[in-house]
Write a protein that binds this ligand. Structure first.
Ligand code: DQA
Length: 146
């Protein structure tokens, strides 16, 4: 069973990027932890990061029919990308949208997500630990489908 984790723009800078908002955990730390947690549940967690909208759309298309669940932090594209939303809408597997920060507590332009309407659930505001929560939620949803 494969779970895809997609990280959007600027998340490659986690740890150094506005640590007062996003914390000091790096993306490599997050990916390592998810991979280890996945292994304990018999799941292969594959992580992907891109700063480019088209590459994220390509990755979602590649997930079609291949993955059992998908976790995505679209980062700034959350608020702008109809293309990412449309790509996600093609998938029938569980999808969790995640944000490190609580986007509803921040600037008004971050309050709207194009992705939430096609996600099964949203996690926001729990920092890096939210990824753990997201993986556990996706694995539970997959089990419930069976
Ligand atoms: C983010 C929130 C977005 O508004 C922002 O553009 C990001 C990160 C988060 O994880 O809190 O890059 O998705």
């Amino acid at each position: 069973m494969v779970i895809d984790v997609i990280h959007g723009p600027n998340l490659n800078m986690l740890g150094r990027r506005e640590p007062e908002i996003y914390g000091t955990t790096t993306l490599a730390d997050i990916d390592r932890e998810l991979e280890a947690l996945g292994t304990t549940h018999g799941a292969d967690v594959e992580s992907f990061q891109s700063n480019s909208e088209g590459e994220i759309v390509d990755r979602i298309q590649e997930a079609y029919g291949r993955v059992s669940g998908l976790i995505i932090n679209p980062a700034a594209y959350t608020h702008t990308s109809v293309a990412i939303r449309d790509a996600l809408a093609m998938l029938s597997c569980p999808i969790v949208e995640i944000h490190l920060s609580n986007i509803h507590k921040r600037e008004p332009f971050r309050h709207h997500s194009h992705v939430s309407g096609v996600a099964d659930g949203i996690i926001a505001g729990f920092g890096a630990r939210g990824y753990r929560m997201a993986l556990e939620a996706v694995l539970d949803m997959i089990r419930e489908q069976k």
